[in-house]
Design a protein around this ligand. Structure first.
Ligand SMILES: *Cc1c(COP(=O)(O)O)cnc(C)c1O
Ligand SMILES: [Zn+2]
Length: 454
């Protein structure tokens, strides 16, 4: 026991359960050992963050749950918008951009802020979970980010995506670098991909062993953790850190499109830390989040004043609604809305607001932003842009207010001018009739082959 204590005192951070307040040392721990339905939050020893230079997002390593750094130039940028801001009559509009836009000094080749999640998550897994291989499910953008980082670093990943999203699975690295990516496609949507990943990571393949570089692989597969994974949240928090150092002050309003809401929770947590830092002001920004109609469960629950999502009320005809969405990466069916420290708590604590955005509004906003700022947007980012326009039209936001608009993805067209996009080949496809009763023997066999070839 003494030993553990000593170790914890030396650690640069520990985890804290928001329900019981217990301090938990990080062993790739994503849930409270007491079983609470609560997020764990990172507590960093250093309250006043340093900004290093020349290390991409690891400039902010003080507030990332990792010990080492990876040599990358991944970092979001913040700039003060002139053209688009003027168009809207805003004097203090700041844009945070995650994507590929070399003219602005941002080089994220997976074109979304998911890259900020993938880097520290893979590193934390390596540092804290030993030789276990991460299993990641997504509608595409997350898996692509993990795939790119995997092919860059050789850290292996099992990626699971709906077949309809496979066009999002590419990297800028040539196919011979894809050996560390095991891509599985699933008939169905994002939720089916998540269910499949849970089943694969949790049950029957435990004890699965292979060889990696001559060393035995112990442990097998491990669920990445989604919103519960502090590396994902603190990685995305770099957006707000970069913004705070650029703006010198916290914004009055923060705008972001949400699917799960993980990015917005991350922003809120980072603002809490920045307020404790004391150099950026004391006022918590109002969190303004947006979803793409007709599938917007959190909009529906929040407008109804509920802390719970009720499927019959908030997600009627979900399959059809999701198919209609312009920004289908936002189609999360089980977002961390009610969980302690989740989206509902965030909205309550920040006097926040929620907008539902139609495809029409989305496309119109996208056109305006692209023509004024000169960069193409991810459809999800267009949802956020549209929500800002809507908030102004409603008079919710004053023109003099200081606003941070999180443009979570973009620059695909810009990237294509310089780079080829190499498709990632799927290693397995899971048919809809085997959902719920996976061909585990076959999966195990294929995975063994994959691990042995690493
Ligand atoms: C995933 C994603 C979002 C939504 O992020 P969540 O953390 O799931 O709410 C927004 N924009 C882009 C470009 C994304 O890829
Ligand atoms: Zn607890």
């Amino acid at each position: 026991m003494k030993n553990v204590k000593c170790k914890m005192q030396n650690a640069k951070y520990h985890l804290r359960c928001l329900e019981c307040g217990n301090i938990i040392p990080d062993r790739y721990t994503n849930t409270c050992p007491e079983g609470h339905d609560s997020l764990l939050r990172t507590v960093y020893n250093r309250k006043r963050i340093r900004r290093l230079s020349g290390r991409g997002m690891f400039n902010y390593i003080d507030w990332l749950p990792v010990e080492e750094m990876l040599p990358v130039n991944t970092n979001p940028i913040t700039y003060k918008s002139e053209e688009f801001g003027k168009e809207l009559g805003l004097e203090n509009l700041y844009v945070s951009f995650s994507g590929y836009w070399p003219e602005k000094g941002v080089f994220m080749k997976t074109c979304t802020f998911k890259e900020l999640e993938a880097l520290p998550t893979l590193l934390r897994a390596k540092e804290r979970a030993g030789e276990e291989i991460l299993v990641v499910a997504s509608a595409g953008n997350t898996s692509r980010a993990f795939a790119e980082v995997s092919s860059l670093t050789g850290m292996p990943v099992v990626a699971i995506v709906p077949r309809s999203c496979i066009y999002r699975m590419w990297t800028t690295m040539e196919p011979e670098n894809h050996a560390s990516i095991f891509l599985i496609t699933v008939d169905g949507d994002y939720s089916d991909a998540i269910a499949t990943s849970k089943e694969i990571a949790n049950k029957p393949l435990q004890g699965f062993r292979g060889q990696r570089g001559g060393a035995p692989l112990i442990g097998g597969l491990i669920e990445e953790g989604g919103v519960r994974n502090v590396a994902r949240r603190d990685g995305m928090g770099v957006v707000e850190l970069e913004a705070a150092f650029f703006m010198k002050v916290l914004p009055d309003y923060y705008f972001q499109a949400v699917g799960s809401g993980t990015g917005a929770i991350a922003a809120w947590e980072t603002f809490i830390r920045l307020i404790e830092d004391e150099r950026f002001g004391r006022k918590m920004p109002r969190m303004v989040i947006s979803q793409n109609l007709p599938f917007a469960p959190m909009v529906s629950a929040w407008q109804d004043g509920r802390a719970e999502i009720i499927a019959d009320k908030d997600m009627r005809n979900a399959d059809d609604a999701i198919k209609e969405m312009y920004a289908d990466v936002l189609s999360t069916r089980n977002p961390p809305y009610s969980i302690k420290g989740g989206v509902y708590d965030m909205l309550m604590n920040t006097n926040g607001k929620v907008y539902g955005i139609t495809n029409e509004e989305c496309k119109e906003a996208e056109k305006l932003f692209e023509s004024e700022e000169g960069i193409d947007l991810d459809p999800a980012a267009s949802v956020a842009v549209a929500s800002l326009i809507k908030a102004l039209e409603e008079g919710y936001v004053k023109k003099k207010a200081t606003i941070l608009l999180n443009v979570t993805g973009g620059g695909y067209k810009r990237l294509k001018k310089e780079f080829a996009m190499y498709k990632i080949e799927e290693r397995m496809e899971i048919k809809s009739n085997s959902l719920g009763q996976l061909p585990l023997d076959e999966i195990e066999r294929e995975l063994k082959e994959f691990v042995q070839a690493l």
